[in-house]
Design a protein around this ligand. Structure first.
Ligand code: TXA
Ligand code: MG
Length: 319
């Protein structure tokens, strides 16, 4: 199969209506989209990504009213957050209705839903009368794609079309939330910072499961990983104790350049801006993975704002 890249929404509509897969831009990362109520399309997503069936998928919509038939209930606190942050990098777990295929939720009682904030994908959803199931458009376990070229590099030949919407503006997957006993729970740290959520609903509980076989809200311990071994550090002094002196290394820092004869320096944000760092994170990790370095190193960020989600991704990517 030849994989084409373009910005033709009509082509994407046509393919999706015929149960084919299309990579779509969102504000977080690129998604690998298919008809979310078609068994064949959903099956094809798992197959193209090499994804285990125990890892459930997010359904994407263009408006809240379109979500209602797929859920039994929308807790007022979750609705308040959804109304505030949508369209945007937030996914909400809600009790599913019988309209949701079992394959979408891996048999769980709740379905993950979100309204992404990208004009092309919103226009696309507007023309469809079904939601789009879309995991990140990377092979299972690898770094998520933030450009159409990243998608092409790995899914070339496996899908017919990549809808090109430029570089993603947030660069980290959505924050996943839900409600248990009246409490808001964060299941995955992501593009919506916890502080922003707490401004709306007060204190939340963080429950980012790090098991290697998630049967509950899923987050795998090892994920987002480059092919080469990645190790983490806080300070340059710490880095110097672990970096091999005679081998080629790639070193990612938050803001300050790291100079040494056998290593190449990659900076996430000269301005120490967590949002800029998030936007650059996955592209820089890929670049390091594709460089001639044999050892990769990354600096952990201060634990606030998007720094928390960045560190979560780095920890899952590291050996
Ligand atoms: O930003 C995003 O969320 C991107 C874009 C494309 O929308 N999508 C994304 O999907 O990151 P994916 O499949 O790569 O990650 C979705 C995560 C998985 O860890 C999955 O286990 C969890 O959401 N998830 C999905 N449905 C769930 C459910 N019903 N209960 C618990 N966890 C769920
Ligand atoms: Mg993913």
């Amino acid at each position: 199969m030849e994989t084409k890249i373009g910005d033709n929404i009509a082509v994407a509509v046509d393919l999706l209506r015929n149960n084919q897969l299309v990579a779509i831009p969102t504000e977080t990362v690129y998604g690998l989209a298919g008809n979310g109520i078609s068994h064949n399309a959903i099956f094809a997503i798992f197959e193209a990504k090499n994804r285990p069936f125990f890892d459930p998928l997010i359904l994407h919509f263009d408006r809240i009213s379109a979500i209602e038939p797929f859920v039994q209930d929308f807790h007022p606190l979750l609705k308040k957050l959804a109304v505030h942050f949508w369209p945007g990098p937030l996914t909400v777990l809600l009790p599913r209705s019988e309209k949701v295929p079992d394959l979408i939720t891996s048999g769980l009682d709740r379905v993950a839903v979100r309204i992404p904030n990208h004009p092309i994908t919103l226009a696309l959803l507007h023309q469809l009368d079904f939601p789009l199931a879309a995991p990140s458009a990377n092979p299972f376990g690898y770094i998520s794609p933030t450009t159409a070229a990243h998608v092409f590099a790995q899914l070339n030949g496996k899908i017919p079309y990549i809808l090109d919407g430029g570089s993603t503006s947030i660069g980290l997957e959505s924050t996943i939330i839900g409600e248990e006993n009246g409490q808001i729970i964060i299941y995955r740290l992501g593009g919506t910072a916890i502080e922003k959520i707490e401004e709306i609903v007060g204190k939340v509980i963080i429950n980012t499961n790090k098991s290697s076989n998630p049967t509950a809200p899923g987050m795998l311990k090892s994920h987002y990983a480059p092919r080469k071994p990645l190790r983490l550090f806080h300070t340059i002094a710490e880095l110097e104790t672990i970096i091999p002196k005679n081998e080629k290394s790639a070193v990612m820092t938050f803001a300050a350049e790291y100079k040494s004869p056998n290593s190449k320096s990659y900076i996430l944000s000269i301005n120490r801006d967590d949002k800029e760092a998030a936007k650059n994170l996955f592209a820089v990790l890929r670049e390091m993975d594709n460089s001639d370095a044999t050892h990769l190193f990354a600096q952990l960020l201060p634990e606030n704002g998007l720094g928390l989600a960045i560190n979560d991704r780095l920890q899952r990517a590291a050996v």
